[in-house]
Design a protein around this ligand. Structure first.
Ligand code: 3PG
Ligand code: MG
Length: 394
């Protein structure tokens, strides 16, 4: 059994909360604060119980060194607004400024560390390097709280090595995520339809192997579709294509039952990722050499919606196109609409996918569960062990 924050004394204690505050940014403006809001219940509870709270997170992939474009400063400011209290932001992670801020913090106070990925040790494959960084993170800490569900599939220092080093508990977000997603690992109402899209193709591609044996239908959009279209021998123009995935896509198409993996039959193409670029709808086998697919087309959207309409259970991760730009949002909107119209148990997972449904005006309670984790929820529903959860169980 995993302990939760309700099982541990926190008053006066120094509590390190690993949150996933990896929010989409537009310059230094937060484009969607869903993940910050999702972290509030745990933080507010710890504060009201008189803990001295340190919050840490990564933001983006800065590559192991400080890069102010990925600073958590705007996130600290937003968190302060939402909590209605000052958030101290010393601007380093384990350095002297952080130590001073932590030392000066009163019970009920909150300090946010700078982006953990400004230190290459956070994501290192070297256990010693991660362990050394974890030792430094844990030094001032009495208790660790895991609440960053979206990063729990990463074997990173703050996710995996820190909880091995001190008393640890799960926060309310992790508890809620696990309870909801567990329903997709047990007996499910069929047909089970999985919708996959998004841009982080390499991260999520090997999910197909296990999804083929679990799901009745897999609908593929976003950049995820291009390796499959290429595997079918179609030209993908200048679309975002991870060529290294084409062989795997070929194998998955062979493994799958006929029609089990559904690809877009038409696409919205343009010469550039821009709202004002000239664009048109073309058949999937007629993508011009100088153009890129930026959304699934209307015929594909209607086919996907029809498949979703017959489902008993639906899991969706990854937008169908560049939904941030209005001309490329209809495919993503059609999937969201079909899910909310269906009587199925619906789960939406991922930072971008959650942001997409909010940006398109769908209320979170129109879905069975909106997960803050994309890669994490996808691994969880395959029955994989998430390093961050495994570390809490020891
Ligand atoms: C996410 O947005 O998927 C999580 O925050 C994890 O980020 P990562 O894919 O860069 O590890
Ligand atoms: Mg993401």
């Amino acid at each position: 059994m995993i302990k939760t924050i309700d099982d541990v004394a926190v008053e006066g204690r120094c509590v390190l909360v690993r949150a996933d505050l990896n929010v989409p940014l537009d310059g230094d403006r937060i484009a969607d604060d869903g993940r910050i809001r999702a972290s509030l219940p745990t933080l507010a509870a710890l504060i009201s119980r008189g803990a001295r709270v340190i919050v840490c997170s990564h933001l983006g992939r800065p590559g192991g060194r400080p890069d102010l474009r990925y600073s958590l400063a705007p996130v600290a400011a937003r968190l302060g607004e939402l909590l209605g209290q000052e958030v101290s932001f010393p601007g380093d992670i384990v350095g002297p400024q952080a130590h001073a801020a932590i030392g000066a913090m009163p019970p009920g106070g909150l300090v946010m560390l700078e982006n953990l990925r400004f230190d290459e040790a956070e994501t290192s494959k070297d256990d010693m390097a991660r362990g050394y960084f974890a030792d430094r993170l844990v030094a001032p800490v009495d208790l660790y709280v895991a609440d960053g569900f979206g990063a729990m599939h990463r074997k990173h220092a703050s996710v995996y090595d820190v909880p091995l080093r001190c008393v640890s508990a799960a926060g309310y977000l992790v508890q809620a995520e696990v309870a909801a997603l567990r329903q997709l690992t047990a007996d499910i109402e069929r047909p089970y339809v999985v919708v996959l899209g998004g841009a982080k193709v390499a991260d999520k591609f090997d999910a197909f192997g296990s999804l083929i044996s679990r799901a009745d239908r897999i609908l593929v959009g976003g950049a995820m579709a291009f390796p499959f279209l290429a595997a079918r021998g179609l030209k993908t123009g200048t679309s975002l294509l991870e060529a290294s995935q084409v062989d795997a896509a070929t194998r998955y198409l062979e493994q799958a039952a006929p029609g089990q993996i559904e690809l877009p039959s038409d696409l919205v193409v343009a010469t550039a990722i821009a709202a004002d670029a000239p664009r048109r709808v073309v058949a999937a086998d007629a993508i011009p050499a100088d153009q890129m697919g930026l959304d699934i087309g209307p015929e594909s959207a209607a086919r996907f919606a029809a498949a979703i309409g017959t489902a008993g259970t639906i899991f969706w991760n990854g937008p169908m196109g560049v939904f941030e730009l209005a001309p490329y949002a209809p495919g993503t909107r059609a999937v969201a609409q079909a899910m909310t119209d269906s009587g199925a148990f619906t789960v939406v997972g991922g930072g971008d996918t959650g942001a997409a449904i909010r940006a398109l005006g769908f209320p979170g309670d129109a879905f069975g569960h909106v997960s803050t984790g994309g890669g994490a929820s996808l691994e969880f529903i395959q029955g994989k062990t998430l390093p961050g959860l495994a570390a809490l169980e020891t």
